[in-house]
Design a protein around this ligand. Structure first.
Ligand code: SF4
Length: 392
């Protein structure tokens, strides 16, 4: 079994509170990872052999908005010599970020226009997005919120979020709150749990989702102490974010398993990224790995039209073609839904191969993943009525 296989440490890992106390190397502590983030070209060039494009990218990143920020752990996943490394491309800026193309947007999902209270975005009738911090462990070059991530505000004080809580209280149609950021798991457990407990006091909020990249980017954060604290606030769903099988390290695997073992359902969203994961074999490996960890691949997201991110965005057809290949190879639990979050915050649209070849009254012709066409007949008119009469 490969060293990076999340199952390779099974049977050896400590369980229970003792596991947290076994963090005897400084780098095993999540706080150490955040304290030792790499933010400059000089620091980075000591770890990676930077290409000219990367060097210029790092130098211009701050000016363009989303600065360089990468933890020692994420850096350890990067190939030190190869700029096309799928982890490296996600976190190391390149000079092409300076190129804008038609359709690029600084706020692709129109979140500012849908802000209903400070730090609270509402784009759907039953759910709202609460942005609790602008801080992340590492900055992803394709981030939808690159306009605000790393802006310097840090974690919001609970008082600053009070107008958002009051809005949620006064809108009883809202049933779900997605706690996001930035990375909400950069907050201390005490602050995070205080915030979740405040949400729990709102009677009509049934479900809380925690949108986090920590299982992939900061797995040290998923301590038993955190899981124990979160399990008190069920139903709480963890929306993780994995983009490449290289992210499924033993540490990341253990983080996911801890969350699941604590009774927290874990789903994963994957952003389709050109030159990083836009191959069916890569995604198949990722989705199979997630399912082995009991993490459900939930969405394969077409990349948002983030300004300066065109080099990482695929054509829509690429995602559809990949889904067509995966459809025949992966079971339903491993197959996410391909969605496009439409510009301007108009909502998510599922897309995929068209399996309906023809439709006429009473008859549908379908194309299966084997390439054969199959006809399906609707029940004759009145069949339901006949069945009900025969039972009496
Ligand atoms: S972790 Fe999430 S919020 Fe932070 S930069 Fe990456 S995609 Fe954006």
């Amino acid at each position: 079994m490969a060293a990076s296989d999340p199952r390779s440490e099974r049977g050896q890992r400590p369980v229970g509170p003792a596991a947290d106390r076994r963090q005897d190397r400084p780098e095993d502590r999540w706080q150490w990872q955040l304290q030792n983030v790499v933010t400059t070209a000089a620091e980075l060039s000591g770890r990676l052999s930077l290409s000219e494009a990367e060097l210029r990218g790092v130098q211009g990143a701050e000016r363009r908005g989303l600065s360089l920020r990468v933890t020692p752990y994420v850096l350890s996943l990067c190939d030190p010599l190869e700029p096309s490394c799928p982890i490296r491309q996600q976190v190391i800026p390149t000079a092409v970020e300076g190129h804008q193309v038609a359709g690029d947007l600084s706020d692709p999902l129109g979140e500012q226009a849908h802000e209903v209270a400070p730090h609270l975005v509402c784009r759907y009738p039953d759910r709202a997005l609460l942005l609790v911090t602008d801080r992340c462990a590492a900055h992803c070059r394709f981030c939808t919120r690159s306009r605000l991530v790393g802006g310097g505000c840090g974690a919001m004080a609970i008082d600053e979020l009070e107008p958002a809580f009051r809005y949620l209280e006064s809108h009883s149609k809202l049933r779900e709150v997605i706690v996001s950021g930035g990375e909400p798991l950069t907050l201390s457990t005490e602050r995070l749990v205080g915030l979740i407990a405040r949400l729990r006091r709102i009677e009509h909020i049934e479900v809380i989702r925690l949108a986090t990249r920590a299982p992939a980017w900061l797995p040290q954060r998923i301590t038993n102490e955190l899981c124990e604290a979160l399990r008190e606030h069920q139903p709480l769903w963890v929306m993780a974010h994995f983009n490449h099988p290289k992210e499924l390290t033993a540490l990341a695997g253990r983080a996911c398993e801890r969350l699941v073992d604590a009774g927290l359902p874990v789903m994963s969203q994957t952003v389709l990224l050109a030159g990083i994961n836009d191959q069916p074999t890569v995604l198949e490996s990722l989705f199979r790995g997630l399912v082995r960890l009991r993490v459900r691949p939930y969405y394969l997201l077409h990349m948002d039209s983030v300004a300066g991110g065109a080099h990482l965005r695929t054509a829509v057809q690429r995602g559809i073609d990949i889904m067509e290949t995966l459809q025949g190879n992966l079971s339903g639990i491993a197959l996410p839904k391909l969605v496009i979050d439409t510009p301007g915050g108009m909502g998510k649209v599922p897309v995929g191969p068209d399996y309906v070849v023809a439709r006429e009254p009473g008859r549908t012709t379908l194309r299966t993943h084997r390439g054969v066409t199959v006809e399906l007949l609707d029940p004759p008119a009145g069949a339901g009525e006949m069945g009900r009469n025969s039972q009496t």
